[in-house]
Design a protein around this ligand. Structure first.
Ligand SMILES: [Zn+2]
Length: 67
C-alpha cells in the first residue's frame, strides 16, 4: 500500500496513520506520514491517540526537552 505523506508530500511504502482529515461533510479521511517524518516530527500514531481525540494529527512532546 502506498500513501502520500501528509507532511512532505512524498509517497511512502510504509505509511503510518497519524490522524483524520475532517471534511465539511461526510466522514474524515485518514492522513498518513512516512516513517522519517513521523520520527522527526514526533507524530503520535493514530492508534495511540487518546480516546477523546478528534483525530487531528498530534505531536508527542511529552518527553521532549522543555526550553
Ligand atoms: Zn514525509
Amino acid at each position: 500500500m502506498t500513501e502520500t505523506c501528509y507532511l512532505c508530500g512524498n509517497e511512502t511504502d510504509e505509511p503510518i496513520a497519524i490522524g483524520i482529515a475532517h471534511a465539511n461533510s461526510g466522514p474524515g479521511r485518514t492522513v498518513y506520514a512516512c516513517s522519517p517524518c513521523r520520527l522527526t516530527k514526533r507524530l503520535l500514531p493514530l492508534d495511540q491517540h487518546p480516546a477523546d481525540s478528534y483525530g487531528f494529527p498530534r505531536f508527542d512532546y511529552a518527553d521532549a526537552a522543555v526550553h
